[in-house]
Design a protein around this ligand. Structure first.
Ligand code: SF4
Ligand code: SF4
Length: 109
């Protein structure tokens, strides 16, 4: 079990570090494929960490990834609720390698 530093913003628990690595150094977060997205807003409603938000674009309401670092590392919950499969996350293997490298750099300093 790893200790995760958290910050409470309203009722939202945000990770400040993951396995001792500052969260912003870990490139884990959702991406929206706008060739598939139908702007239903389910991802905005679903993510309790407010990774998504609505934005106005050309008079239309668009779901955007507003706070990618709010995404819980290795969570993929919103991929399952998107009705058209428009949400993806990076490869877990690739991100774990980055985390391992950052951890080993940290122990050397
Ligand atoms: S849930 Fe999927 S289709 Fe709906 S707004 Fe989000 S990304 Fe777009
Ligand atoms: S994967 Fe989880 S934490 Fe990340 S944006 Fe989706 S629902 Fe939010």
């Amino acid at each position: 079990m790893f200790l995760i530093a958290t910050q409470v913003v309203g009722l939202i628990m945000l990770e400040e570090t993951y396995e001792g690595i500052p969260r912003e150094k870990i490139p884990w977060g959702p991406k929206i494929d706008y060739t598939k997205c139908i702007s239903c807003g389910k991802c905005v409603e679903f993510c309790h960490n407010n990774a998504f938000a609505f934005e106005e674009k050309d008079g239309k309401k668009l779901s955007v990834v507003k706070n990618p670092n709010n995404c819980v590392v290795f969570c993929r919950g919103c991929e399952d609720i998107c009705p058209v499969g428009a949400i993806t996350h990076p490869s877990e293997e690739v991100i774990q390698k980055i985390i391992d490298r950052l951890k080993s750099e940290k122990t050397k300093t």
